[in-house]
Design a protein around this ligand. Structure first.
Ligand code: GLU
Length: 400
């Protein structure tokens, strides 16, 4: 018999990641023989490009098997800083010392929340937002304050929405563009206005830019672009990015933060007690991804073109069926509002359950993103799966 376990106060509000749980369930059902179409996972279905895998093999052969500096190998941090400086019009504004490489952008985000926010702090979260922000803020003992985006603004928040939700305890805001789960993209002037508000109030801005290279109409701006011409705007800005989505490198677990020096040092100190460095061989693979410029831009363009084809086809099906959804301009998600039935407080959850149990399609319920009227479809899946899965979603919407 095992001793009774009482969860510690640290995880009093902890919930398992719903995005991860959906893909785990889809995989388990598939393994048990059910023909599940998995539109749950937010993971590119492409293989990591061969030249990146080759670079990892070479790195292993030349001894990349040991600890590295906690903050990551210098050439990778230099490459990350160089790219950031290009966005700022050249120069050496950002240095390798401002960069910490982590085990996925997830750890970079957690580190950022943990060193910036604490007990008594409110953090504004434009909602819907990726499920883990709310949990990370809560693990830092701060309070996530949902700021609902307006439907007519593709569920993005405006300066006014943020101002209305702010309290004297507000310490920061989490931004994410292109946005998971909606695919909405913030324009440069929207980012500028939010950054200016944050600067005037002394808030930290954590900008998760992991989907930035996956955008369809125009290149998605970075918060760094919004700081051009006003250095002071970078004083409270943390940019988080990684190689997972754009380079199809989810399993390599390489992300990073670019932060003001003291924050970078705090993140590094924290990470030195948790995981130390991110995987050495993966860091070398990420270095190749960032520095093999021509190969990488071709690889990304090819993947983005395929995502665009799927987006267009899936959106056309939803439009034909008069289903309400956000027009996605980046990332690889479609956010769909499901018809309300019987005053159900969790229509998205009920819908997702029925879709999986009776129609063999996995999607993530909108409740994971604090918008229970919606569901998230990932089109990071082969075209036939996307088409058939979205057809079933549309049919179920119409049927209800
Ligand atoms: N971020 C992806 C998603 O939203 C991957 C799973 C996760 O880490 O949440 O599906």
């Amino acid at each position: 018999m095992s001793a009774r376990y009482t969860p510690s106060v640290n995880i009093a509000d902890l919930e398992e990641s719903a995005t991860i749980a959906v893909s785990a369930r889809a995989k388990a059902l598939r393994a048990a023989g059910r023909p599940i179409i998995d539109l749950g996972a937010g993971e590119p279905d492409f293989a990591t490009p061969p030249y990146i895998k080759e670079s990892a093999k070479r790195a292993l052969d030349s001894g990349a098997t040991r600890y590295t500096l906690t903050e990551g190998i210098l050439p990778l941090r230099e490459a990350i800083a160089a790219r950031a400086n290009e966005r700022l019009g050249g120069g050496n504004v950002i240095s390798a010392a401002d960069v910490v490489v982590s085990t996925g952008s997830k750890q970079a985000l957690f580190n950022s929340c943990f060193v910036l926010f604490g007990q008594g702090d409110d953090v504004l979260v434009p909602t819907p937002a990726w499920t883990s922000y709310y949990q990370m803020i809560s693990l830092a003992r701060a309070r996530a304050v949902d700021v609902r985006g307006r439907r007519e603004n593709s569920l993005k928040v405006s300066v006014r929405d943020l101002e209305q939700a702010a309290t004297p305890r507000t310490r920061g805001v989490m931004l994410n563009s292109p946005t998971n789960p909606t695919g909405a993209v913030y324009e440069l002037d929207e980012l500028r206005a939010i950054l200016a508000l944050a600067a005037s109030r002394g808030w930290w801005v954590v900008s998760d830019e992991i989907y930035r290279e996956i955008s369809y109409e125009t290149p998605a701006p970075s918060l760094l672009d919004a700081t051009q011409g006003d250095e002071a705007l970078r004083e409270r800005l943390v940019i988080v990015d990684g190689v997972a989505k754009a380079y199809a490198m989810t399993g390599w677990r390489i992300g990073w933060s670019i932060a003001p020096r003291q924050v970078a040092q705090a993140i590094c100190a924290l990470q030195s007690h948790t995981t130390s460095n991110a995987s050495a061989v993966s860091q070398h693979a990420a270095l190749c991804a960032l520095t093999a410029r021509e190969q990488s831009s071709t690889a990304i363009a090819t993947m983005v073109a395929e995502f665009r084809r799927r987006r267009d086809a899936a959106a056309a099906l939803l439009r034909e069926a008069s289903v309400d959804f956000i027009e996605p301009r980046g990332a690889f998600y479609l956010f769909v509002r499901v018809p309300q039935r019987d005053n159900d407080p969790q229509p998205g959850t009920t819908f997702a359950r029925e879709l999986l149990d009776e129609h063999d399609v996995a999607v993530v319920p909108g409740a994971a993103f604090r918008t229970p009227e919606w569901i998230r479809i990932s089109y990071a899946a082969p075209m036939p799966d996307v088409l058939e899965g979205v057809r079933r979603v549309a049919a179920l919407c119409v049927q209800r």
